[in-house]
Write a protein that binds this ligand. Structure first.
Ligand code: SF4
Length: 216
């Protein structure tokens, strides 16, 4: 497990506000780079560690702080733990101005990070309110709140989201749904955790048959 920090974060995408990847409205950053190569991963474009866009942490913090009504940040990927140092810097910069919650996905298990993780990864864990751990296992795909397969756990690392998580799970451990966007270039995106495995492939094929190209 190697972590990086150069005052920049390599990202795949960012979007805000998003309501389907964590409590309330969130600014979501999908980091670039992941070595897990899960079969059925919804964003294989985020695997290449040299891909994506290198963005200054200060610029990302400014972007997050400019989002008017967000409750927090969600870090997805890609694998956030590969850029743990940069993410700690980002979170600390943002929290000097606003007390935003932080939720993070990782393909690692919490215990693995706690016992074998780098110092940066362990510091990042200390900054998180909610962790979703474990790789995506297509054969265990489920219709679940904020996660794709039944092996993935919702782990509260602080009390910040305790009541909202209890409330959401009491309403049913079900997918929070998907959101669809178009950007100024007319590109079409979706985000969220689909309730069905293979959703992206099927959806893209359907849309393509109507002449619409979906961007990851
Ligand atoms: S850990 Fe996440 S980003 Fe990485 S391959 Fe698996 S599903 Fe994709």
């Amino acid at each position: 497990m190697k972590a990086e920090s150069e005052g920049i974060l390599r990202i795949f995408r960012r979007q805000s506000p998003v309501t389907v990847l964590g409590p309330g409205n969130r600014a979501v950053i999908w980091v670039q780079g992941c070595g897990f190569a899960c079969q059925g991963c919804i964003v294989p474009e985020s695997w290449n560690r040299e891909g994506g866009e290198a963005v200054a942490i200060l610029e990302l913090a400014t972007w997050i702080l400019a989002q008017p009504e967000i409750e927090g940040i969600t870090l997805s990927g890609g694998e956030p733990m590969l850029q743990a140092s940069a993410l700690v810097e980002l979170i600390d910069t943002v929290r000097q101005v606003r007390d935003l919650g932080v939720m993070c996905y990782t393909g690692y298990r919490l215990e693995q990070l706690q016992q074998q993780g780098t110092v940066s990864q362990q510091v990042l864990l200390q900054r998180l309110d909610l962790l979703i751990d474990g790789t995506y296992i297509q054969s265990q795909h489920g219709d679940l709140l904020w996660r794709g397969s039944t092996n993935q756990r919702l782990i509260l690392l602080t009390q910040r989201y305790l009541s909202i998580l209890k409330q959401r799970l009491a309403e049913g451990d079900k997918s929070a749904g998907l959101e669809f966007y178009t950007d100024i270039m007319g590109e079409f995106y979706f985000t969220g955790v689909p309730s069905q495995p293979g959703f992206r492939t099927e959806f893209e094929a359907r849309m393509l048959s109507r002449g619409v190209v979906i961007k990851a």
